[in-house]
Structure formats: C-alpha cells, structure tokens
Design a protein around this ligand. Structure first.
Ligand code: SF4
Ligand code: SF4
Length: 382
C-alpha cells in the first residue's frame, strides 16, 4: 500500500508529488513549516498545474522529511523535498523557451561545463589572434568597448526574452491556469518572502544542511550569493551608465560606483557560492532526487557563480600585470557562458519561485481575509 488511487497526470514526477500531497493533506502535521502546506490545504485534488506550482513553492529546507512519520521505510514512502526537487527540475525543462532547448536540462551540468569551456577557449583564441595588447591595464585596449557590446548584448537580450517567455508559460500553467491577478499587495508580499528567504528556515528552526540538526548556514550563504550577484550586476550597470551618459570610460578609480559595488559584490558572491557548494556536498542525499535522475544543475549553477566572482576579483587584483589579458579572456568567457545558459539552468528557479510566491500571496489573502484571520493551528515554530 503506497497511498490512495489517483488519476494519472502527465509525468511520473507529477504523479508522485500528487500522491504525496494526498497523504500530507490527510496528515497535515507539517502545516506550519512553510508555504507549501497551507497552499496544499486549499486543494482537494491535485492537477498537473497544482503540483508544478507547489514544487516551485518548496525551498527544499528538508524539515518536513525529518519530521515525517511516513518517510521510508514506511510503505507510504513520503519524501516531500526529494519529490518536489525532481518535479521542479522537470518543470524548468517543460516551460523552457524555445521548447527544443528542453533536453539541455537533463544533462545540465555537462551542458553548462561545456558552454563555459568553449566560451573561455574562444575568448583566449580571439585575444591571441586580434588583441591590441593589454600591458597598460586597459581592458578596451584588449577588446574594444564596441566589440564587447556587439558580442554580449545579443546573447544577453535573447536570454532575457527566453526567461520572460518561460516565466509566462509557467505562470499560465500553474494552478490549472486559473487567472490570478498580479496585485501590488501580492507582489509586495512575495518580494518580502523572496528577499528574506522566509521559507528556507524549516518553520523557524533553520535548514537541514548536513544532518538532522537544523542551522542557518544555507540561508546565510544563499543571501551572500544573491546579494553579491545583485551588487555585481549593479556594478556593471553603473559602468554602462557612466560610459554612455557621462562619457566616462573604464578603467575607474577605486571610489567610482563600479568598483565600490563590484568588489564587495564579488567577495560576497565567492564566499556565498563556495559555502553553498560545501553545504550541498555535505547534505543528506535523501533530500535530493534519485541519483539516476540528477542533472548536476545545482552544482553547475553555483560553480558558475563562483567562477564569475573569482575571475572578476582576480582581474581587479592583477589588471596591471602581464596576466591581465589571459584573466580578461577567462572572465569574459565565464560571463558569456553565464548569459547564454541563464534560461537553461538553475537561474530560472528564482523567477519561478517568485511567481509561485506571488500566486501563494494572492490565494492566501483571498482564502484568509483580515476579518476572518485566525491563529494557525499546528506546528508553526516561528
Ligand atoms: S508528516 Fe509527512 S505526511 Fe504528514 S504532512 Fe508532514 S510530510 Fe506530509
Ligand atoms: S520548503 Fe521545506 S518544509 Fe516546505 S515542503 Fe519544502 S522541504 Fe518541506
């Protein structure tokens, strides 16, 4: 006996999440742990859109697995974090645009590693053939600003388009295609939940990182990575503004915005990504999908972020040395590969999760209007 008989959904991963949600909906022991369980409780039947939505609402904190009385070896074999993780990765492929790119999610680690190696090699070769020399420490003497824009702008803009169209596909499909309005209140709630990682804390106790003892390491490293990345993005954006609006070209002094934002951002990105890699290596394998179905997506993403930060900082430290030209080639190659693979790797988890949090904020507000609000019963440990 493994649970109730259910209609078959489109994929085995959806079926498995629907099966486990039926069991959880009868049990409800974990209802205070995160957003998934309150969202689950608003449903009696789980269609494909419902389970895709719930899977992207899960933050994989692991708390419900360690607390579950129906976890293996119980015949119900409930393992919500692993089932959600597998369906989440599958959903990234199903909603990818254009659709023919979906197969790259299956062997994602290999694809991203290959893209990075080819991009770095292409920049090294290109500089060897056409570089004007960088002994002065001037990046634009190695590759002109116009050439950089011509190489990076098309791939960046294409990736933004692909991400936007994938997000629209997910949004329309999630929750059975119910037309949920995107209200300012729901967006604000989702923004607060996403930027504070409200649900990566096991209901207030912390994330199961390396053992059954919860801690806040994963949340801290995720914050460092996310905000470090934002600072690096702000650094690049400020350089673009200075170049085009103020006719002020790089190299910039240490006190200029690109440096003031980029250096701490790079340090935070390196520390955060290295911490996430270490924590993932030591994490209980039970919280992840079956080894045969793992794609290497998470590892590829964090290693790419680590590469972005580390090569950027190395370039900053050694720009006045003979190593500058090689370091610039490596850094630009990593950046190019990152832009290229953004819509086809774990980068999309941020967008889909934000969309799921927005939908969650809306439906919880509709289900529990202020005048009907009552304390949540159960195990809310916050
Ligand atoms: S204890 Fe297990 S079955 Fe019950 S709600 Fe938690 S995860 Fe689901
Ligand atoms: S966020 Fe944590 S508690 Fe909630 S479903 Fe996912 S793993 Fe379980």
């Amino acid at each position: 006996m493994t649970g109730p008989d259910l209609p078959t959904l489109a994929t085995a991963a959806q079926d498995e999440v629907a099966r486990q949600m039926q069991i959880c909906n009868a049990c409800r022991y974990c209802e205070g742990l995160c957003a998934v369980f309150p969202a689950m409780e608003l449903r009696r039947v789980f269609e494909g859109g419902d389970v895709d939505y719930l899977a992207n609402l899960c933050h994989n904190c692991g708390a419900c697995h360690y607390d579950c009385q129906y976890a293996p070896p119980h015949p119900f074999a409930v393992n919500v974090p692993a089932a959600m993780a597998e369906l989440r990765e599958e959903s990234y492929a199903r909603f990818a645009w254009p659709g023919f790119m979906a197969p790259v999610f299956a062997r994602n680690g290999v694809w991203i590693a290959l893209a990075s190696v080819v991009a770095v090699a292409a920049f090294i070769l290109g500089f060897a053939l056409w570089s004007g020399g960088g002994a002065s420490g001037d990046f634009y003497a190695v590759m002109s600003h116009d050439a950089m824009v011509a190489v990076f702008a098309p791939v960046f803009l294409f990736s933004l388009l692909a991400l936007a169209l994938s997000l629209v596909r997910f949004w329309r499909h999630a929750d059975g295609g119910n037309a949920v309005p995107v209200t300012a209140a729901a967006l604000w709630r989702a923004m607060k939940d996403a930027t504070t990682l409200r649900y990566l804390d096991g209901g207030g106790m912390g994330c199961m990182t390396e053992s059954e003892r919860p801690d806040r390491q994963r949340r801290t490293f995720h914050h460092l990575t996310f905000y470090g990345f934002l600072l690096c993005f702000a650094s690049t954006s400020s350089g673009t503004v200075l170049h085009y609006l103020f006719d002020w070209a790089a190299p910039y002094p240490w006190w200029a915005p690109p440096k003031l934002l980029g250096v701490p951002g790079g340090v935070m990105l390196v520390v955060g990504a290295a911490g996430l890699i270490r924590s993932d290596l030591r994490r209980d394998p039970a919280l992840r999908p079956d080894p045969a179905r793992r794609s290497g997506m998470g590892a590829a993403f964090t290693w790419t972020l680590l590469g972005l930060g580390a090569t950027g900082l190395a370039l900053y430290a050694l720009r006045g040395t003979p190593a500058m030209e090689l370091l610039l080639a490596v850094h630009l190659g990593v950046v190019f590969a990152f832009f290229l693979t953004m819509p086809y790797g774990k980068f999309v988890h941020g967008l889909y999760r934000f969309a799921a949090l927005t939908r969650h904020a809306h439906e919880q507000a509709a289900a529990h209007p202020p005048e009907a609000a009552a304390p949540v019963e159960g195990r809310d440990r916050r």
